[in-house]
Ligand binder design. Structure first.
Ligand SMILES: Cc1ncc(COP(=O)(O)O)c(C=O)c1O
Length: 537
């Protein structure tokens, strides 16, 4: 089979003068490698067109389908984000009703907004020990579909950011009983299904639409992803239409060559490398058993993915963010993310042995310096907050307050509605006018239209104080509403005692006092609310 990178290389050596885009004319400028420009072309003779593929790009996509076991696969150059937008848009008519996991990536919410969808949320069960969401259970889906018979599609995330895997086979069965499609955001699972050490992938397990970020867990350039489609529940022409809408009209050939390259890697060396990857990872986990205070999410076949090292600091004297900072500043180890009670390191097939050794040795050393102080109640988890009082698990009905479905198309109406900014700390009781996300991982803490509770404010303040990154707040009160989202991140300076904010806050302050070295600070911030209620005075 002809590979894109080879074809681009050959073309670069030919004597063809480019009277076309891109403007660099395949000649480098500045400090970027010349080679990169030489291979960066547009839809010229012989190179096909991603939006209407019939040549090499069609062949490569067909090949991806064979590899993943799908009926049809599409290369994506705008990340899984474009795959999720297209999948949701094609699975439901405008104004339809979707059932989706509340821990979905923001792209799923954006799709619901763009298509005016009514949204019902599924709250995954909590893994209390680690403060994270677990996989969704098929019974949850079955029950939700019985309760809301007009639901037209289901979207879940598996593996989650932390590597929790749902029983996709069971879920697909429950969803297909209603003759509606299942979309699996498998952005973190492009490696699944290639060895027995990994769970099967969504296509093998019967999902209708599966989205993979090739760049997340395989050796590929950022933004590269795949969308797979199976069965007859999805209108393929509609799917193509949305891919056309949401993707660039000038798809990068370098990015597409990178997808081809990563898939070639799987075929030619992947199976051996995957076995070595799983072996190295297990060896490291087993070495880390010597830690007395730090704990690690264990591997569980089909439930916890290989490669996501979740380091829980819950039983130790430090927070997840402090651990993240120590690993970076003292050991030069850059983690994927920090949360309140854990930090997350990602391993993939491309990690060298050094990566495992350095992490294991650093964590053992750090653990030896820790105590068990502050183990009882450290911080408040965003995942638990989202779940508390809003559970849609087996046996419980959607609470009206939090089930957006009972309030019509509130997400899109709210996001487009009249809004104003109020001081964050005075906003309890109001409805959010913008998304507020903890980033990473980009799962909304607040969706437009959702009620802002004192507990949520306590969590946000705690996140800001611990230096986590919150999207969707403003440091200054904007003159006008409805502009783009701002970012706010608490610095280390400025110690100031917070004022009380009502319920839920006592717990937070107590926790803060126990965490040595944390500054206690109440930074001014502004939040966008729906213009329908007065802030608390
Ligand atoms: C679960 C999940 N889905 C989708 C995405 C979006 O992926 P991409 O960055 O490839 O657009 C992310 C990104 O972090 C994610 O974590």
């Amino acid at each position: 089979m002809e590979h894109l990178f080879d074809k681009l290389t050959e073309y670069g050596q030919e004597n063809v003068y480019p009277y076309h885009m891109p403007g660099h004319k395949r000649r480098g400028w500045g400090r970027l490698p010349e080679d990169m420009y030489l291979r960066d072309i547009t839809e010229i003779e012989g190179f096909d067109n991603l939006h209407q593929s019939a040549g090499i790009l069609r062949e490569l996509q067909n090949h991806a389908a064979v590899l993943y076991g799908s009926e049809e696969s599409f290369y994506l150059v705008n990340g899984s984000t474009s795959g999720i937008l297209s999948a949701v848009s094609a699975a439901l008519p405008s104004g339809g009703h979707i059932l989706m996991a509340r821990n979905s990536h923001k792209a799923a919410y954006h799709a619901a907004y763009l298509r005016n969808l009514t949204v019902s949320y599924l709250y995954p069960p909590m893994m209390e020990e680690y403060d994270i969401f677990d996989g969704i259970r098929p019974e949850q889906i079955g029950e939700a579909l019985e309760m809301e018979p007009d639901i037209g599609a289901v979207l879940i995330v598996s593996p989650t950011y932390e590597g929790r895997i749902s029983d996709i086979r069971g879920i697909a069965e429950a969803v297909h009983k209603k003759n509606i499609p299942l979309i699996v955001d498998e952005a973190h699972g492009a490696h699944l299904g290639f060895t027995n050490d990994f769970a099967e992938n969504g296509c093998q397990a019967g999902a209708d639409l599966v989205i993979h970020s090739v760049h997340k867990t395989l050796p590929s350039l950022t933004q590269t992803a795949l969308l797979h489609v199976n069965g007859s529940l999805i209108d393929r022409d509609l799917l193509r239409r949305f891919l056309h809408i949401y993707q660039s009209s000038s798809p990068s050939y370098l990015l597409m060559a990178s997808i081809d390259n990563a898939l070639q890697y799987i075929e030619e060396t992947g199976r051996d490398v995957f076995a070595a990857f799983a072996g190295n990872y297990k060896k490291m986990l087993s070495g880390l058993r010597a830690c007395k205070h730090l704990r690690f999410l264990p591997l569980e076949h089909g439930k916890q993915d290989v490669g996501k090292l979740l380091i829980s600091t819950k039983m130790s004297s430090i927070s997840g963010k402090q651990l993240y900072d120590i690993l970076l500043k003292e050991y030069c180890l850059q983690l994927e993310m920090a949360a309140d009670t854990y930090a997350l390191a990602m391993f993939t097939v491309n990690d060298a042995e050094e990566g495992y050794e350095r992490m294991e040795s650093a964590l053992l050393q750090i653990d030896a310096t820790l105590t068990s102080a502050g183990t009882e109640e450290k911080g408040i988890s965003g995942a638990r907050l989202l779940t508390d009082g809003r559970i849609c698990s087996v046996g419980k009905r959607f609470p009206v307050e939090t089930s957006i479905s009972h309030e019509g198309q509130l997400l899109s109406r709210a996001w487009d509605g009249r809004k104003r900014y109020v001081e964050l700390w005075e906003s309890a009781g109001c409805r959010a006018g913008e998304f507020v996300n903890l980033y990473p991982p980009g799962i909304p803490l607040l969706v437009p239209g959702e009620r802002i509770t004192p507990q949520l404010l306590a969590v946000i303040r705690h996140y800001l104080d611990t230096g986590l990154n919150i999207e969707g707040l403003r440091e200054e009160k904007p003159e006008t509403t409805g502009e783009g989202l701002g970012q706010l991140q608490a610095g280390e300076e400025g110690r100031e005692k917070p004022e009380t904010m009502g319920e839920g806050v006592g717990k937070l302050e107590a926790a803060e006092e126990r965490i040595q070295g944390y500054h206690v600070k109440r930074k001014r911030a502004w939040i966008c609310i729906l213009d329908e209620c007065k802030p608390r005075s």
